[in-house]
Design a protein around this ligand. Structure first.
Ligand code: NAI
Ligand code: MG
Length: 504
């Protein structure tokens, strides 16, 4: 980076609306009411741009979890939500989206303060994305239906047989900190549309927007107990949710390690499970590309959200003939992606979410260097204030055995490698335990389709990256997850199929 004047990374003042949220007493949202935890344990809320403690949230006890599950159970069992006409569920969800839209600026600011991401990005991506998930899924409330299917082995008219779609039941939904509100919306939207009831737990690092959203639940018209929001730690509150006998389904987004643990724990009572986990997504740049258009796209694939994206394009494979030019082009975006305080209007990349994650990212960069990697850009943390900033980083001279190439770093760090032919790069792209996303950059339609077929991942992007849409299924191959979210697949994950066979 060669910024002429040094960047002032001091956090900007918070708005009055944000200050009011931060001043609130820790509380849990159960049965459409704010209630105190059964014990007085709290979790500190930190602004990653300054490292300062700015508020506290409740660390839900086992009793609190049980209370929230009981509320969701009762709300499910008496049909106060699933029994409503689909048009009412649809309208309630759209009203919820309207309220969110009306407070969009406040939500973007809270997300920026809590997570460290640039407010402008939260306003452009996270909040509209959350609204879009709610609106898209609202429409499915009236579109899901069973079928009348004639049996294979019986004469016509012997029986009348049909299937019905029913909501799965009480859902425990656990989300991570990288896109806090968007992940919340992605989880609750299909569940609500299907008629399920929910206990939602945002990540302990970033619970503010989920709590603020809970304010709008009753106003939107959801009956009590349909959407309960509790805050707390994963190994305590999250664990209790996953093991609770009154929970029918667990939906989780987060690390592959915890996803595996949750899958094991949910097995005891054979709960339905959907998991959206880690990634080490490859980005392939073919020799025919327009470098001026491709290099910024490839840079954005890793530096957007400071690389804290499950589909971050963290392994770059550029054809030998264009490798140097692609890296040059990426380096030119260094000033654009230079980390700034999250409320700085010029920020595109903010801070890393926490000290722990900052140390993890810097640790990987150090490990890469020890293993023989060279730094082509960044590789360091700007020293100022107490914020958790990392400069956008490109590592070269890497090999497939290095931890920086194999493991999810979850920071603005890309490892760049050269390749010569299509089969070689397809093999390299698939040399990972993950399979969440992949990017292919080429003007050649045949090459695009060949690579799309060869790469084992839930999504393949062509000449773009991390494009997400509520109508398009999203999920992972291999250790990147189980099941799909969004689209028709997304709603089906919250439905049971009942077969009714009546002898006539
Ligand atoms: P994590 O997987 O531990 O946390 C995600 C969510 O799971 C949080 O809400 C947490 O409270 C909950 N949780 C944790 N342990 C639990 C348990 N035993 N039972 C039930 N719920 C539990 O992720 P963490 O520790 O925040 O980050 C570690 C690494 O995970 C990151 O460095 C990154 O590599 C990866 N990660 C991947 C994400 C993705 O979108 N794929 C999102 C966040 C982190
Ligand atoms: Mg963890």
């Amino acid at each position: 980076m060669n910024a002429v004047t040094p960047i002032n990374r001091e956090q900007r003042p918070y708005s009055a609306a944000a200050q009011a949220v931060l001043a609130r007493k820790p509380a849990l949202f159960i049965n459409n009411e704010w209630v105190a935890s059964s014990h007085d344990k709290v979790i500190e809320v930190e602004d990653p741009s300054s490292g300062k403690i700015i508020s506290h949230i409740a660390d839900a006890s086992d009793k609190d979890v049980d209370r929230a599950v009981a509320a969701a159970r009762a709300a499910f069992d008496d049909g106060r939500w699933s029994g409503l006409p689909p048009i009412v569920r649809d309208r309630t969800m759209n009203r919820f989206a309207d309220l969110l839209e009306a407070h969009a600026d406040e939500f973007a600011e809270l997300e920026a303060i809590d997570n460290g991401k640039a407010k402008g990005m939260a306003a452009a991506v996270d909040i509209p994305g959350a609204i879009s998930q709610l609106r898209f899924m609202a429409g499915w409330a009236s579109k899901v239906s069973g079928e009348t299917t004639a049996p294979y082995t019986m004469p016509a008219g012997a029986v009348f047989s049909y299937t019905v779609k029913e909501p799965v039941g009480v859902c425990a939904q656990i989300v991570p900190w990288n896109f806090p509100l968007l992940m919340v919306a992605l989880k609750i939207a299909p569940a609500l549309s299907a008629g399920c009831t929910i206990v939602l737990k945002p990540a302990e690092q970033t619970s503010l927007t989920a709590l603020r959203l809970a304010d709008l639940v009753a106003e939107a018209g959801f009956p009590a107990g349909v959407l309960n929001v509790i805050t707390g730690n994963g190994h305590t509150a999250g664990d209790r949710m996953v093991k609770h006998p009154d929970v029918d389904k667990v939906a989780f987004t987060g690390s592959t390690e915890i996803g595996k643990l949750i899958n094991r724990n949910a097995t005891a009572t054979l709960k339905h499970v959907t998991l959206e986990l880690g990634g080490k997504s490859p980005v392939v740049v073919m020799p025919d590309v327009d470098i001026a258009a491709t290099a910024p796209g490839v840079a954005g694939a890793i530096f957007f959200n400071a690389g804290q994206v499950c589909v971050a394009g963290s392994r770059l494979y550029a054809h030998r003939s264009v490798f140097d030019k692609v890296l040059e082009g990426m380096a030119q975006t260094g000033d654009f992606w230079a980390p700034r305080a999250s409320l700085d209007p010029e920020a595109h990349m903010g801070a890393i979410v926490s000290k722990e994650q900052h140390e993890k990212v810097m640790g990987y960069i150090e490990a890469g260097k020890r293993d023989g990697a060279s730094v082509a850009m960044g590789g360091d943390a700007p020293s100022n204030g107490g914020g958790y900033f990392v400069n956008p980083t490109i590592l070269v001279d890497v090999n497939p055995q290095m931890s920086v190439v194999r493991e999810e770093i979850f920071g603005p760090v890309v490892v760049a490698q050269r390749f010569d032919d299509l089969d070689e790069v397809a093999k390299a792209a698939n040399d990972t335990c993950y399979g969440l996303g992949a990017g292919v950059w080429t003007k050649d339609v045949a090459t695009m389709h060949k690579l799309a077929a060869k790469i084992k991942s839930g999504t393949v992007w062509g000449n773009c990256h991390a494009m997400i849409d509520a109508a398009l299924p999203f999920g992972g191959y291999k250790e990147s997850g189980i099941g799909r979210e969004q689209g028709r697949h997304g709603i089906e994950a919250y439905l049971e199929t009942k077969t009714v066979i009546i002898q006539l």
